[in-house]
Design a protein around this ligand. Structure first.
Ligand code: C5P
Length: 234
């Protein structure tokens, strides 16, 4: 049965393009978007700014509960600006360093529980598209469409390297491979909500696909569940 506030979950490892795909699918459908990784990144940044150790679970839990974060929509086709305690941190949280710090704070069960209701609050009409690691397994287990994106480690590192080069940042490809390998391992081996596809997730291997092709595959799966759905743009 289709729920009243439908949800599409897009999970997967770093560098599979799930963030961009989620953004494009949400734009096409005119639905709300939750980039759950951004919450973990903002929490890690807040911890750093408040001089908190990234292994202090009790303090991180309290910080997660009271986290003053806002997602400010700018236009339907661009990602929202993200404010932490009123400061724009949209670009600051996107570094590899913050991704790694996010992955560290995300290992703590109390932190994950503290962020649950905050994530579920994004489930609003007409629907939600969300991307992360445990959206289909833990946060929205009753989602209507669950996708899991994969790509080889080398391909993901290559994509990330190109993205950074476009921003004028030069990085070492083999260092990037090692960082991604370490982050994947931590995400897959953590005790709570480890990264894995939900039993009812559709797996899309993105290695040889462009972003547009991945979006088209996702939209095909969405139409199977919602045959009458109309794209509002794209
Ligand atoms: O997706 P993104 O790269 O922004 O996520 C950063 C980190 O946040 C991930 O490596 C993961 O450890 C953590 N995360 C998580 N659960 C989510 C989303 C992200 O643990 N739902």
């Amino acid at each position: 049965m289709i729920s009243k506030k439908p949800v599409i979950t897009i999970d997967g490892t770093s560098g599979t393009g799930k963030g961009v795909v989620g953004q494009l699918v949400a734009t096409q459908l005119g639905w709300n978007l939750l980039d759950s990784g951004a919450l973990y990144r903002v929490l890690a940044l807040a911890a750093q700014q408040h001089g908190m150790a990234l292994d202090n679970e009790a303090a991180l839990k309290v910080l997660a509960e009271y986290l003053d974060v806002q997602f400010i929509a700018t236009s339907v086709s661009t990602p929202p600006r993200i404010l932490l305690e009123g400061q724009d941190v949209t670009d600051t949280i996107r570094t590899e360093k913050m991704g790694n710090a996010a992955s560290k704070v995300g290992t703590f069960p109390a932190v994950r529980v503290a962020l649950l209701s905050r994530q579920r609050a994004f489930r609003e009409s007409p629907g939600l598209v969300t991307d992360g690691r445990d959206m289909g397994t833990v946060v929205f287990p009753d989602a209507d469409v669950k996708l899991f994106l994969t790509a080889s480690l080398e391909e993901r590192a290559r994509r990330r390297c190109n993205q950074l080069k476009e921003k004028g940042i030069n990085v070492n490809l083999s260092e990037l491979v090692e960082e991604l390998r370490e982050r994947d391992k931590r995400d897959q081996e953590r005790a709570v909500a480890p990264l894995r596809p939900a039993d009812d997730a559709i797996i899309i291997d993105t290695d040889t696909l462009s972003i547009e092709e991945v979006v088209a595959s996702v939209m095909r799966e969405v139409r199977k569940v919602f045959p009458a759905i109309q794209a509002v743009s794209g």
